[in-house]
Design a protein around this ligand. Structure first.
Ligand code: ZN
Length: 140
């Protein structure tokens, strides 16, 4: 992921959207929050989420299409950190990369250099990253 603008062009063209042929891998799911609001993220606590775009880095080493479909669904039990945001925002699409789980954190590190990380620990319960959620007020 050399440049976040690549992500933008891919999503806008919807080339990678849902990517039903990719069954496992890592992904960046992009959500738009229309209005800023305070959201409780499970045990992490409450955070102010400004309006804008949220980039969530995840990994699904099986059933990736089902995972993305779940992210997109707004009615669901709140289980993962991202559920607290995805139920209140609209998923614009996702970029998927067929890769092992280790790439998930490398991808998060790439986004960390270009975007603002928000919510310490978000989506990073199982790794050493500071978080897997990133924010931009508009497309970078
Ligand atoms: Zn990580």
């Amino acid at each position: 992921m050399k440049n976040i603008s690549v992500v933008r062009s891919i999503i806008e063209k919807r080339v990678a959207r849902m990517a039903p042929d990719v069954k496992c891998g890592v992904y960046i799911a992009v959500f738009r929050l229309e209005r800023g609001r305070r959201i409780r993220v499970g045990a992490l606590g409450e955070f102010d989420f400004p309006a804008g775009l949220y980039f969530y880095v995840g990994s699904a080493q099986r059933n990736l299409p089902a995972r993305l479909a779940r992210h997109e669904r707004r009615r669901k039990p709140l289980r993962w950190h991202i559920d607290y945001l995805s139920t209140k925002s609209r998923m614009l699409g996702a970029v998927v990369i067929p890769a092992k789980r280790e790439m998930e954190c490398r991808l998060a590190a790439c986004l960390e250099r270009r975007l603002a990380r928000v919510c310490d620990g978000f989506g990073a319960s199982d790794c050493r990253c500071a978080g897997h959620l990133f924010y931009a007020s508009d497309w970078p």
